[in-house]
Design a protein. Structure first.
Length: 320
């Protein structure tokens, strides 16, 4: 008989120690769902994940409907349908807090990370409660973004991130334009086979299960002021201020200053919890409620990632 022993402690996500094999994980689906509903995430510890087959079985045990990723921000490898490598990101650089695909119209409500090989040092997936972050932000800032939403501007110019063929999984410009029309995305084709897109998205959501208001976006992560200053200066020089690979602004069209972006990231930091990886760990995250980031690391790190249980995000914003 397998067991599910839960520990909840300050500064770390809930950790459930499980006995048995990955094929027994389905027996604990109800317990996993209950902890995620209460806390926004749970780290499952004690399993063996000898390879991608085991990681895929773990994902299917704790999710209902794995989904494909579309419009990725950075490269990753698709191991098999619905199961990907972690995003390719320099190991010595942190990845800031964000909710996966929060710039899309359809987003994963659940995300699963399966640790096949833990790094020698660092590399944890840190978490922050989007409801707590919302409460921690200044009321005026929240009201501004709740009224207008946030705007993401992307330039697929080959400098950083992915080109438009990779982002939209097609070589057909007409197919890109069809997708953009269906998903409320403005587009402009540029010289040298480049593409620039813009979109408005809500910055605050109500959780579909609880009705709780949540800070749900990538306003700080994808803003130019979060870039390394040297990188930002080079990209602005190379492509101009309107040709940066990405940046964000308020949905009314007004740009953000560095102080605002720093403030948002500081509130994330104040509500961050983390737990160092161990081989075989499986982290289950409510992507709507809980933002995640990745710490810098040393040594080999192999984490498989799945997006699952898609939900539609209401548009509900304007420039008024």
């Amino acid at each position: 008989m397998t067991t599910f022993e839960l520990t909840v402690a300050p500064g770390r996500p809930p950790v459930a120690r499980i006995t048995g094999t990955v094929d027994d994980l389905g027996d604990h689906r109800a317990a996993v769902d209950a902890v995620v509903a209460e806390h926004g995430a749970v780290l499952l510890r004690g399993l063996r994940l000898p390879g991608l087959d085991a990681a895929e079985r773990a994902v299917r045990a704790v999710c209902t409907a794995p989904m494909a990723e579309y419009e990725p921000f950075a490269p990753r490898t698709e191991h098999r349908p619905g199961l990907y490598s972690a995003t390719e990101w320099p190991p010595d650089q942190p990845m800031c807090m964000h909710h996966e695909l929060s710039y899309a119209r359809t987003v994963p409500s659940r995300q699963v990370f399966a640790c096949l090989t833990a790094p020698e040092q660092g590399g944890a997936v840190a978490l922050a409660d989007g409801a707590a972050v919302l409460r921690g932000l200044p009321a005026g800032l929240v009201e501004r973004f709740e009224r207008h939403g946030w705007e993401l501007l992307r330039s697929h110019n080959g400098a950083v991130g992915v080109d438009w063929r990779t982002a939209f999984a097609t070589t057909d410009r007409a197919e890109v334009e069809r997708y953009c029309k269906e998903n409320g995305i403005g587009w402009t084709w540029g010289p040298q086979d480049t593409l620039r897109t813009t979109r408005l998205r809500p910055a605050v959501l109500r959780h579909p299960a609880t009705g709780e208001r949540i800070w749900f976006n990538q306003i700080a992560f994808l803003n130019e002021w979060t870039m390394d200053p040297v990188v930002r200066e080079y990209l602005a020089f190379e492509f101009g201020p309107d040709g940066l690979p990405f940046t964000t602004r308020c949905g009314d069209g007004s740009p953000l200053d560095a102080a605002t972006v720093d403030l948002i990231n500081a509130v994330y930091d104040a509500h961050t919890v983390r737990e160092p990886w161990q081989d075989g760990d499986v982290l289950v995250v409510d992507n709507l409620r809980t933002a995640h980031s990745r710490d810098p690391y040393q040594g080999e790190r192999q984490v498989a990632v799945a997006l699952a249980d898609p939900v539609a995000v209401p548009a509900g914003v304007s420039r008024s």
